[in-house]
Design a protein around this ligand. Structure first.
Ligand SMILES: [Zn+2]
Ligand SMILES: [Zn+2]
Length: 146
């Protein structure tokens, strides 16, 4: 039976359902995630976009460019500002779900620390979780054709 997980933003205006299992679970230390979250890193799981559905509310979107030139759409609640997920233009089949928006985020286990090159010196990373300066091989997003 497919696992369905539910979650939402801080104020509760946005609610979602998420089916399926993560294809990659990560802690991202990039400066964009730091700036958007206001914290040292974010915990995210790449999930199949086909299994993700907003069940309540209309989130807002903010689009920025990644280092590789891809558009990254950051989807968040316009009321409380809570981030929900990101989507990269070259992989519309995946979403990067902010796992701490889940009603139960306790099952999450990170596969990797990514963008450790911009990790803060005061941020202690669990040494048992592998770290990569950017993406581990095979997990970078494809770059858009010029
Ligand atoms: Zn909200
Ligand atoms: Zn990031």
């Amino acid at each position: 039976m497919a696992t369905v997980r539910t979650g939402g933003c801080l104020c509760g205006s946005i609610r979602y359902e998420c089916f399926g299992e993560p294809v990659f679970s990560l802690l991202c230390h990039c400066r964009d995630c730091q700036r958007q979250s206001g914290s040292a890193f974010i915990a995210a799981a790449r999930m199949p976009a086909a299994g993700f559905k907003i069940t309540q509310g209309e989130p807002r979107r903010y689009i920025s460019k990644s280092d590789s030139g891809n558009d990254i759409t950051r989807v968040f609640c316009g009321e409380c500002g809570g981030p929900i997920y990101v989507q990269v233009s070259t992989r519309p089949d995946l979403i990067g779900l902010r796992v701490t928006t889940l009603d139960d985020p306790s099952w999450f286990r990170p596969d990797a620390n990514i963008f450790s090159k911009s990790a803060q010196p005061w941020d202690h990373m669990d040494p048992s979780v592998p770290s990569y300066p950017t993406y581990p091989t095979g997990h970078a997003y494809p770059t858009k054709e010029p």
